[in-house]
Write a protein that binds this ligand. Sequence first.
Ligand code: BES
Ligand code: MN
Ligand code: ZN
Length: 497
Amino acid sequence: MKFSIRSGSPEQQRSACVIVGVFEKRRLSMAGQHLDEASGGLLTEMLRRGDMDGKPGQTLLLHAVPDVAAERVLLMGCGHERELVDSRFRTVVRKAATTLNETGAVEAVSYLAELPVKGRSQHWKLRQEVESAAQALYRFEQFKSKPETTYRPLRRMTLMVTDRQALAAGRRALAEGVAIAAGKELAQDLGNTPPNVCTPAWLARQAAALAKGQASITHKVLKEKDMEKMGMGALLSVARGSRQPAKFIILEYKGAKKGDRPVVLVGKGVTFDSGGISIKPSAAMDEMKYDMCGAASVLGVFRALGELRLPLNVVGLIPATENLPDGDASKPGDIVTSLSGQTIEILNTDAEGRLILCDALTYAERYRPEVIIDIATLTGACIIALGHQASAVLGNHSPLVHDLIRAGNESGDRAWELPLWEEYQEQLKSNFADMANIGGRPAGTITAACFLSRFTEKQHWAHLDIAGTAWQSGEKKNATGRPVALLTQYLLDRAAQ
Ligand code: BES
Ligand code: MN
Ligand code: ZN
């Protein structure tokens, strides 16, 4: 979808549709009042007759409203004005987009950003409007032989601001929204791609394609031979069971001076996680194609970075492999040596994410990073702890953890901290190696992070567990594109410092 920004009065917009809000009970928003006056009170009349009272989720589509230039007027119920919070605003925008998508209007002019969302600026509303509208119309139909086409889909939205002075700032908000939406969409596409197509080599090619389109982004891919030479024994132990060779993908975005220390993002890229020899139950195992959503979010952020041109240096590291059972696969009891030199007893081959991440985290040190953030669908326990609302964040540097939580609150892509106390480290004791790769049932998300913390002791580091947020299960099974918005917001904040 294409977005643009404008200012002007609602009755004068020559458009297929003008979108305005209605509050409970039967109270028109500002733009609604303008349309009402122009039409000689038609809108008030409709409301009075009881066709709509402004409840959240209600919609009313009017045609040929007299003395209004647009062909249609879409009234969107917004609930009580003082209850208009972030989530409600996003729901209203999504509903407006899907409603219009099913009408003949291919283009619309929206006055929703004038609505008073509690504690939120014009900038925030415009950006969220772009993201939510784009998200609402996202479809993944590459693999359908006949796409489920909409007759005349919504293709263009013009977001209205109240006056001309607000246009310049509005354009910046719009550009951010468009960049983030594109990043999220890329992450969703990669996540949704079936695992027979989305292999480590395919993922590496997507990274190459991304870098090719952007002068500020370069890329490199290490092969298994390179990883062997370096000593990435933990990563390679996961790849043993797979016929698809593992890849180590490196992306570099250069927006600042050469010597400026980068932010390093490390994304888990398990393109299919069967559990390996510690095989998973077969129910819903297809969803383990999403086990590369950490990697997808890193690529999504790079997509956004290319458009936003932030004055930062950012490195993306993606260890990519499958985790499958095989005669040559790793076995419970195997001991491997990581790139850091520390040895690991593999007690469960299904705890593979931390094995590939630990070598990537050690590799990250060579960039002398300002901070390292890893992003991974790491533990089922995270879904039990936080559900599907928040990603878990854990780290060894509280300002970094705090900045990530703040970026989550600002972007609506939220994260919540879990403790990384010393006491939890005990659960990783091994009788035979420096550590075990699992810490038992209690606090599974925390002990996974404890494991990673042993490879980042000298760095400012944080870990995002996105097992509950990166995709949704059930009837509407889909990758969500999270946490691209959180990470991009974090980088926007850094760039503004
Ligand atoms: N990729 C999974 C984590 C996961 C599970 C994400 C379910 C989303 C939904 C990860 O590799 C894994 O299997 N983790 C194990 C760890 C355990 C063996 C310590 C888990 O969570 O069960
Ligand atoms: Mn696993
Ligand atoms: Zn996994």
